[in-house]
Unconditional design. Structure first.
Length: 204
């Protein structure tokens, strides 16, 4: 498995080889630096911890993270993430060149936050009539019963906070890679707003 951290730059369109216009998401993938290597003998599992985007101020780095950077002899990074990879050592760089056109990947990110929303927007409820004196409008309707169970069932769909959740989309396709610019173009949309941090994983 290969993993990398990236920054979502936005969406655009490109023409495929067969002349079709395809929507793509442009991602600045890496470069990511390996700052720690986890081994089964010492940590009980195999993984590498990578850093992305160098920190501008040392005061913004926690003491445990600062100790990791000092031991590794690498710059301090704002974003740290572990990936289950092997064959790398401290100081190695992972960049967009680790991926190629046609790779099938999974992308994880934090979705856009939409605040407190009603049931029509949050759960796609139909709502009530908008005319002839109706007072139903966008209300959720009944949420329980009378005699049994005399309470609201756990997990009932209601209004509430929407978005700002970790979302993973699998089986996305890379349509173009530009290693000299650390750019990866992914077919379709991915979670998160522009300039958000995402994780890209390529399966075995």
């Amino acid at each position: 498995m290969t993993g990398i951290l990236g920054k979502k730059l936005g969406m655009t369109q490109i023409f495929s080889e067969d002349g079709r216009l395809e929507p793509v998401t442009v991602v600045e993938a890496g470069p990511c630096c390996v700052v720690q290597v986890k081994t089964p003998e010492k940590d009980g599992y195999e993984a590498v911890k990578v850093g992305f985007i160098e920190a501008k101020k040392a005061k913004n780095i926690s003491k445990p993270s600062a100790g990791v950077f000092k031991k590794a002899g690498t710059p301090a990074f704002r974003i740290l993430k572990e990936f289950p990879m092997s064959g790398l050592k401290i100081g190695d760089m992972i960049n967009a060149g680790s991926f190629s056109k046609g790779d099938i990947i999974a992308v994880s990110g934090i979705s856009k936050g939409k605040g407190f929303q009603g049931v029509m927007k949050r759960h796609n409820f139909k709502g009530g009539p908008d005319s002839h004196g109706s007072m139903f409008n966008r209300a959720p309707g009944s949420i329980g019963a009378s005699s049994f169970p005399s309470r609201v069932w756990r997990g009932i769909r209601m209004a509430g906070h929407m978005g700002s959740e970790r979302i993973t989309i699998k089986n996305l396709t890379i349509v173009d890679v530009r290693p000299e610019q650390n750019i990866i173009m992914i077919k379709g949309a991915i979670p998160g707003p522009t300039n958000s941090i995402i994780e890209i994983r390529k399966g075995k």
